[in-house]
Design a protein around this ligand. Sequence first.
Ligand code: ACO
Length: 434
Amino acid sequence: MKQRTVKIVDDATDLNYSLPVENGTVRAMDLRQIKTGPDDFGLMTYDPAFMNTASCRSAITFIDGDRGILQYRGYPIEVLAEHCSYLEVAYLLIFGELPTQAELKNWVYDITHHTMLHETTKSFMEGFRYNAHPMGMLVSTLAALSTIYPESKHVFDAANRRHQILRLIGKMPTIAAYTYRHGLGLPYVYPDNDLSYTENFMNMLWKMVEPKYQANPVLARALDILFILHADHEQNCSTNTMRCVGSAQTDPFLSSAAAAAALAGPLHGGANEAVLVMLDEIGSKDKVPAYVKKIKEGHGKLMGFGHRVYKNYDPRAKIIKWTAEQVFEVTGRNVRLDIALELERIALQDEYFIQRKLYPNVDFYSGIIYQAMGFKPELFTVLFAIPRVAGWLAQWQEMITDPEQKISRPRQVYIGENTRDFVPLAERGTAVRR
Ligand code: ACO
């Protein structure tokens, strides 16, 4: 097939350039040849917030934002959510194929045997203030793990990488549960290897004095489905952070801490917490129209609405809505669901939201489920981070093994002062300028 090219004419020089197009992209470095003279650096692209820049070639997650499609390694999210466990999906993301029965057995065994935290890590977490935000605790503890496993810096050793991946996936629920119990002043609960990944998480969260924790199977499955839905989402803010920090050959614990820090922001994973705050602020169904009006007048955003990539219904939000019904049969209906449904109904009919293609995203309903399960909003983003670590690690490993990748380092358009004469402090006067 003929190679597609785009032609560029530089009207500064009248020179013609022909740039090859591959996978719908031109290489930004190909623009560098476009110069006004030998001293010119060459043309760059300016793309704040990476609105139109592909930073990598990836075979992990596919999103078609216009059609509302999400696939991991070619499998539709709906199929995976219906038929798989979270650990099966984590395997798929990291190794590229669904595991065979034997592979899954070994994988589950290995993860289950990497759930415990070093006792000093437990003491480290005890040092946080009683009301510390769980995301702050998670970010710091992930970074602290780097001091326990210094060998994790050998990022080009495949066996070593696999070991750290087991540790990270295994320990995330343990850290998350510790952050929860710390806030409540409850003693920490050690992992129980007889239980599944989500059952054990529930055990570490909610076990009191009973000798053996019995997880409710509906809630355990609902958590598993939520984990599958949150496991990866291609080059989002936290994943991009994971790749960026990892590109400096930083170990995966520190890179994951950085990614978790990105996830904590209210425009990213922190949105699920913000949705609950918003629903409480609205208070009742009848106040929804007034709230939507306020948003349209430019006072804030409808949290849990809108997405950089989805310009259609987020497929994850559909599955979460269905999962919510299952959960509420066990926990009782969360009253906020009615406010959320009304908000969605009104927004989806409103010209402002239609024009801007703003639909509910994954965070819109997840918080309502989490709250019905008994979690406080502060923990919601930690619940998001537990499964997302599989996506971060899959993307990190892909980046580390990609010969085209180097240290991540964007360019800038400098808009500051030209070279200036230095004025000594004594000659700068005493005025306060800002
Ligand atoms: N409520 C009201 N208006 C919105 C919303 C919203 N939630 N989201 C976007 N808009 C408006 C913007 O004001 C803008 O309007 P304008 O064209 O009149 O200026 C237009 O829609 C386009 O929005 P952008 O901000 O340019 O879209 P961007 O892709 O930069 O932002 C984002 C995406 C951050 C998700 C945004 O929609 C938002 O802030 N949503 C609320 C927070 C949220 O739910 N985040 C979770 C995202 S999913 C995740 O990270 C897991």
